[in-house]
Design a protein around this ligand. Structure first.
Ligand code: NAP
Length: 246
């Protein structure tokens, strides 16, 4: 049994997940850095954690596979004895206007973002119910609240995450487990760097704080929700969007 608290961060090889993993390690968690394909980058994140005096491991798993998620969570519990925080961050986009959006584009995004979050919550909840403690933090998006042209599939997945968060908070509250969501606005990562300049400019104009967010801004919110100070907060959606959704 590991003395340190254990946190699993999905999609932690880059972007927002990478920052969350590093921040939770600084907070004292043993961090499982999950990724799908980018092994070298996940290894790099673990290297950063260890260089700063933290601890963790990398774990490859496609969150869209229920069997693989089950194995990942059972392996973590077997190795360390407990699972204290799960951050469901892994996510993909496949944008298009609806007339050009194929059913498989919808499936791809729902399978990873929505069903992946569902599988991780399900198998984490099994362990957290035994422990009678735990924190589940789901990464949604401002787009799941306000919508966005060209992202019918993605916004459905992110709105679904909010619905699941609120329902599971009600289901698990009596057992000392909290479930919350963070809804980032426009954060500078590989996911957003492909957007055309004109769309970036338009988005910038709609941000009251006048600048794009950084991965560290989202990590700070997640770190708070994972902390002792957030013990009485559940079923909430915390916007990290520079005021975009206000
Ligand atoms: P990103 O830079 O594209 O990174 C995505 C991460 O998810 C990578 O680590 C990737 O792993 C992992 N991943 C993708 N599919 C996976 C799967 N099936 N199983 C396991 N891991 C998988 O994205 P990001 O911008 O950091 O976004 C992180 C989260 O924040 C996503 O849920 C996204 O929807 C949400 N978000 C982002 C923004 C934004 O402005 N960037 C705004 C709102 C919400 P590999 O490297 O191994 O492929």
């Amino acid at each position: 049994m590991l003395d340190q608290k254990v946190a699993l961060v999905t999609g932690a090889s880059r972007g927002i997940g990478r920052s969350i993993a590093i921040t939770l390690a600084q907070q004292g968690f043993f961090v499982v850095v999950n990724y799908r394909g980018s092994e070298a980058r996940a290894q790099g994140v673990l290297g950063e954690i260890e260089n700063a005096g933290g601890q963790g491991q990398i774990y490859p798993c496609d969150v869209a596979s229920e069997a693989d998620v089950k194995t990942m969570i059972e392996t973590i519990v077997k190795q360390y004895g407990h699972l204290d925080v799960v951050v469901n961050n892994a996510g993909v986009t496949k944008d298009n206007l609806i007339l050009r959006m194929k059913a498989e584009d919808l499936d791809l995004v729902l399978d990873t973002n929505l069903k992946g979050t569902f599988y991780c919550m399900k198998y984490a909840a099994k362990q957290m119910l035994r422990q009678r403690s735990g924190r589940i933090i789901n990464i949604s998006s401002i787009v799941g609240i306000h919508g966005n042209a060209g992202q019918v599939n993605y916004s459905a997945s992110k709105a679904g995450i909010i619905g699941m968060t609120k329902s599971l908070a009600k289901e698990l509250g009596s057992r000392g487990i909290t479930v919350n969501a963070v809804a980032p606005g426009f954060i500078e990562t590989e996911m957003t760097e492909e957007l055309p300049e004109e769309i970036r400019e338009k988005m910038l104009g709609s941000i009251p704080l006048g600048h794009f967010g950084q991965s560290e801004d989202v990590a700070a919110a997640v770190s708070f929700l994972a902390s002792e100070g957030a013990a009485y907060i559940t079923g909430q959606v915390l916007g990290v969007d520079g005021g975009m959704g206000a």
